[in-house]
Design a protein around this ligand. Sequence first.
Ligand code: DWN
Ligand code: SAH
Ligand code: ZN
Length: 406
Amino acid sequence: MKTDCRVCGGKVREFVDLGRQPTANGFLTPEEAEREFFFRLAVGVCERCAMVQLIEEVPQELRYHGAYRYHASGSAGHRQHFEQNALRFLETELTGPDPFVVEIGCNDGVMLSAIAEAGVRHLGVEPSTNVAELARAKGVNVLTRFFDEGTAADVRAEHGSADVVFGANTICHISHIDSVLRGVDELLSPGGVFVFEEPYLGTIVERTAFDQIYDEHVFYFSVTSVRAMAERFGFELVNAERIPLHGGEIRYTLARAGARVPAPAVGALLADENARRLSEPETLERFRRTVEGVKDELLTVLREVRAEGRSVVGYGAPGKATTVTNYFGIGTDLVPFVVDSTPSKQGLLVPGSHLPVRAPHAFSDPYPDYALLFAWNHAEEIMAKEQEFQDAGGRWILYAPEVRVI
Ligand code: DWN
Ligand code: SAH
Ligand code: ZN
């Protein structure tokens, strides 16, 4: 069992155990289901630096490989967000004579394709070869490797230093985060910035978004823990902006210590985290109890509607659905199948709970009485798209931040 903090070596105190779980994106065939991989999904907080992290971890090669199922360009909202990010970098950071940007975990090129279109020097570092190919097809340069200090040294030797190192929903996925920070130190130009956007512990606790907890999310960052981590590796946290993606994230900007004046938002968010006692054991223990309450309520609702003979379909098969269905024990008796727009998930089973994943047209064939919204972070986009379901009398079941039937 892992008890040492991956950032500072301090003691990690466990506060929630979501049981035996498979890898969240390990969608599989019925034959593969017989030899499925499971581990204990538990989270703790470092008593020294407040970094919230998994207790046990899954080897990275089991999580990221040639059949990585998540395609970042799958939502219109995400495409728009990352294009805006690219434009912002082009306007504010990539303005020198021959700028260079590196993205850690570029996936299918959702961000870098706009940089490539602008003709700016760039490199995506992406170990999942299938999504890396999708990025290449969009004209993006990709190195298919795991980012660490060795990769960073090689990139620097070949391309020179980077003005921007970017990562979205990736930095919190990398258990060797010390090596990542040493690598960024090696790669970044003196005036450059390391920008990363990741799920926010504050939101996870506030919205009971416990389904953000799964094998890929090794760390659950807060401004407090990221600031401490930055300082440990010679950086300074110079900005922290709340963004709406994935239900609520923070975009952290790190610069070399003393290189930039920190924005007031950093101090404001730190003060807020202190006031909320965000990383304190009592707060995290309360979060655990709230999750238990959601479990009881959701199971009650699902059992009631099924007992009345009503149909329920799961909407979306995000990584989050793996945590929810396995921890709550939701099987095909309660939710016979889920629909998802990602072609590479269709025809396969949700890891662990083995709910079949079907293409979106199965949703209206015929419409179910209820839809359990696993992709709740895309609620606006999905509900607008599925207005006909609601017009036909269909109702949505939501479970974050609390159980609601609307
Ligand atoms: O951190 C991570 C983020 C970037 O993406 C990864 N570890 C894994 C993944 O997390 P996720 O699977 O929770 O991501 P999403 O974006 O919540 O996944 C939404 C799912 O819903 C996708 O499988 C696509 C699907 N979907 C759909 O079927 N119809 C989405 C939309 C918008 C739709 O209209
Ligand atoms: N940036 C995209 C994709 C996030 S999914 C978005 O925000 O939507 C996480 C990605 O990180 C996956 O594509 C995975 O293959 C990649 N990844 C995981 N470990 C990595 C590492 N050590 N170095 C670089 N990429 C990594
Ligand atoms: Zn620590």
